[in-house]
Design a protein around this ligand. Structure first.
Ligand SMILES: CC(C)(C)CCc1c(C(=O)O)[nH]c(=O)[nH]c1=O
Length: 312
């Protein structure tokens, strides 16, 4: 079919799925994604033990944007590992994504050892927006730390692995992160996570809109699309071809999916808009994208993936 895509030798019948953190924290949400037209699902980033996360209000979603400081609320790795293993037994031949976000290197390594030793055969998405040692920027913004983490992970981890990256805003940072990632047998890179530490103000109440961190939180939705496309394209131009790109950020409509693929994405993830619209989003986007492809004479996403033109 027209929306099929392949990553790491695994074929998905649809190049669209949810973004980690959105409607994927419990079995009920994940079952809804399994039943939907989404090509795959990713679970809420897991920590070794269950976490309640930050006090509410911790997320504020408007039609065209969201801000969140959830604080990694999740049911713990065992919950999600059990879910994905049960699912792969029920639906052999399907591939999904298990997201992990340890709050320390030790936690990440312990979780990856547990996954390595398990019968899970799907993808793992290692969230590099996870915190680093206090006083240091998040891992994704500490390039030496990224090296250290991936060195230690690939000492033992042999199953398909990708990393979820924060957005970068300097072309030299694209060069630096790509030079590091190209040294490892990564299956994919997912770009971008929410734009960190933004601030949304309610002018009527003269107050911030979320409780944690004095109102600071990660921003998603329409306003992040230009940054998301820049990161997808920046990585596509720099990463070795064996590393597929998952494009995330600012997808509301089929045309946004088209743009992410044009910039180099093999799979796209939808967060804010999926949170707002729910499961019907996937049917709507599939129809919109298919219509665009038909109008342009494309029969597969391979016909246009990464083929963004410049003026010269
Ligand atoms: C921001 C962290 C809490 C360190 C990781 C989890 C996460 C969260 C979250 O759980 O607050 N929200 C996001 O938009 N992206 C994330 O990667």
């Amino acid at each position: 079919n027209m929306l099929a895509t392949t990553i790491g030798g695994r074929t998905f019948n649809n190049c669209m799925m949810n973004a980690a953190g959105v409607r994927c924290q419990n079995k009920r949400d994940l079952d809804a994604l399994v039943q939907s037209d989404a090509g795959a699902y990713v679970t809420k980033s897991a920590t070794p033990q269950k976490r309640a996360g930050n006090p509410s209000p911790r997320m504020h979603t408007l039609p065209h944007g969201s801000i969140n400081s959830m604080g990694l609320p999740n049911n713990g790795l065992d919950y999600y590992l059990n879910y994905v293993i049960a699912d792969q037994q029920k639906r052999p031949g399907t591939t999904n994504f298990l997201s992990v976000a340890g709050t320390s290197l030790a936690d990440n390594l312990a979780m990856l050892h547990q996954i390595q030793a398990s019968e899970y055969t799907g993808f793992v998405e290692l969230n590099l927006s996870c915190p680093n040692v206090p006083g240091k920027p998040q891992v994704g913004y500490d390039f030496d730390r990224v090296h250290t983490v991936l060195d230690q992970v690939f000492e033992f981890y042999t199953k398909p692995l990708g990393v979820k990256l924060p957005p970068y805003f300097d072309l030299v940072h694209f060069d630096q992160i790509a030079a590091i990632l190209n040294q490892y047998p990564l299956t994919f890179v997912n770009s971008i996570n929410s734009i960190g530490n933004a601030l949304v103000v309610d002018p009527q109440s003269e107050q911030v809109v979320i409780r944690p961190k004095g109102g600071y939180g990660g921003i998603g939705g329409a306003s992040v699309k230009p940054t998301a496309l820049a990161n997808v394209r920046g990585l596509a131009l720099r990463l070795k071809p064996e590393i597929a790109i998952v494009g995330t950020g600012g997808i509301l409509n089929g045309v946004d999916v088209f743009e992410h693929i044009l910039c180099g994405a093999s799979m796209v993830q939808i967060g804010t808009q999926f949170g707002y619209e729910g499961i019907p989003l996937f049917d709507r986007l599939a129809k919109e994208l298919t219509d665009i492809m038909k109008q342009k004479g494309y029969t597969s996403i391979d016909d246009f993936r990464g083929k963004l033109k410049t003026f010269d």
